[in-house]
Design a protein around this ligand. Sequence first.
Ligand code: ATP
Length: 369
Amino acid sequence: FAPWDDPTQRPLIQFKGVTKRFGEFVAIDNLTQDIYEKEFFALLGPSGCGKTTMMRMLAGFENPTEGQILLAGQDMAHVPPNQRAVNMMFQSYALFPHLTVWENIAFGLKRQKMPRHDLDERVDEMLRLTRLSKFAKRKPHQISGGQRQRVALARSLARAPKLLLLDEPLGALDKKLRQDTQFELMDIQEKTGTTFVIVTHDQEEAMTVASRVAVMDEGSIIQVATPANIYEAPNSVYVADFIGDVNIIEGAATRTAEGYDIAWAEGQPPFHAKTPVVLGNGGPAYLAIRPEKISISAEKPDDAGNTVRGRIIDIAYLGNISTYHVEIPGGTMIKAQSANTRRLSRRSFTWEDEVWLSWTDTAGIVLER
Ligand code: ATP
């Protein structure tokens, strides 16, 4: 397993024991976390977990009740929002309707009294970066939603902030455009080398764009890792469940030479898991398995590592894949996904079919209860 944090990265932002209270209510709870230079960092979590509060503290709209936030090594405590090398792009974009695209992008630069020649050059550079040169003279109502989003981005990057905060930046776009725009956002982040922190409700979006994802719950960060590690090596049932789809089997773990045996139902052989997570000597545990790591077959497969018989209760056909809900002994429901790589001339399995589920010893993750 790759280390979850790369120690060679230089922190741009440092949260040091940051707590934010609103009256009695603890919105951020003693949080310590670095965000690196040039990184694309995503905050994910359910409504009310403190994502916006973190962003607002970075922008300087709120101050920590306790602890420190450093930007490039400097304590931000008494630095007002307009004097921070930080900008925030809001979901609403907040473009000036009566100004042209060019003037919208130039607005902040004019206010900081940038010399005319430099200003022209900078605005043109931003227009090129966001592929808006053709639309420079139009007003916001004369361009598309995707183009407006790019104007907002160009405007927030014009003053070359070290940190750009993106609050649901693609929330106003439809799904297809949103996906295209994600790649554009990554491209622009890379070209400018600006640190981006994004808040989004769309976990797929966070996984697509971010170099690291922080999963939050009730004012704390539960895990920070690359998208692949968040998905493949969640540190808790909470994270496993929050990101993607997962089967959680309750059991009792016993240490073996290579990992754990998980006793999960009376009279059934245990499941095996080779796992990097160490639970001491075992005990109550959860076995987490992603549905796409479970194969479904009519015959019992040899050498699968884990096999269990079950009955199909439900089938969801999703085009590229199908999800089968299979009841195994003891009444546990397991979701197994298979890719529909061939044209379905007939359904390979149907309701009430008795099938075998199988997965390898490395497919499951053992988590503490
Ligand atoms: P969402 O995804 O819904 O935007 P969030 O994760 O961004 O949620 P925050 O807006 O950071 O959540 O809010 C965290 C908690 O702090 C919430 O319970 C919220 O009600 C509370 N909170 C935020 N701002 C204030 C405030 N000014 N006064 C009192 N409570 C607040």
